[in-house]
Ligand binder design. Sequence first.
Ligand SMILES: [Zn+2]
Length: 246
Amino acid sequence: MNSIVHITPDILKNIEVEVKLVLSCEHAVNTIPEKFKNMFHQVENLLETHRGYDSGALDLMNCMKNTKVSYIQVATASRMVVDVNRSLYRRTLFSEFTKPLDKAVKDEILEEYYYGFRRPFEDKIYQYWQQNCIVLHLSVHSFTPVLNGEIRQTDFGILYHPGRKQEKQFAKIWKKELLKLMPEFRVRFNYPYRGKPDGHVRYFRDRENEKYIGLEFEMNQKFAKNKIVHKNISSAFYSALGNLYK
Ligand SMILES: [Zn+2]
C-alpha cells in the first residue's frame, strides 16, 4: 500500500514531499483475551457500552481504507484491559478490573496489547520520517450519544491541536466537505474532548513538528451502523485531502 499523494507544503517550499496516510483505531474492539475473561464475567454488559469500545469506529475506519492508505493499526483488546490511547503514566491506562493485577501480569498485558499495538505503528511512522515523508495520521473514534443522562447534539467531532497550523487547516477543510454532503449535521472542533491532551496522536506530536499531522475523528455512536454516514465521512475526508494538497 503506497500513498500516491504528493504535496508542497509551506514549510518545504518547492520541494515535492510524499504524504503517508496512516489510520489507527485505538478502541476498535471489546475483546477480552481468554485468560482474563473470568475478571469480566459479571460485567459483560459493560463491555457492550462505550466503556468497552468505540462502537462503529472500526467499521468507519474500514470504510476509509483505499490505496491512499499506507498503514493501518487496530487494537486487539478492549480498553478495559489496557487503553492504548493513554500514556504509560496515566491512571486510566488500566481499568478498575486490571489495575489491581500483579505487576508481572500487567507487564504481560502491556507487552502483548499495548506495545503490540503501539510499536509496529511507531516503527512505521519513524520509517516514513526517515524517508522524509510527511505522515498524516487519522485516529478514528466514536463517542456515546448519551453521557450522564445528557443527550449530545453533536454528530461529529474533529480534534486537532490549535497550535499546529496544518492540523487546523485540514480540520477546517474536512468540516466544510462534511457539511457539503451532510448539511444538516453538527460538526464541532475539539469535541467531545480537546485536541491537545494525552493520547496516541499526542505521542507523535511530541516527537515531530513538521512531518506530522495528527487528527482524531469522533463519530456519534448513533451512526455506528450507518454505512451511508461512514461513506460520506470517508468521501469528505478524501476531498479534503485532495483540496489541501493540490
Ligand atoms: Zn476512542
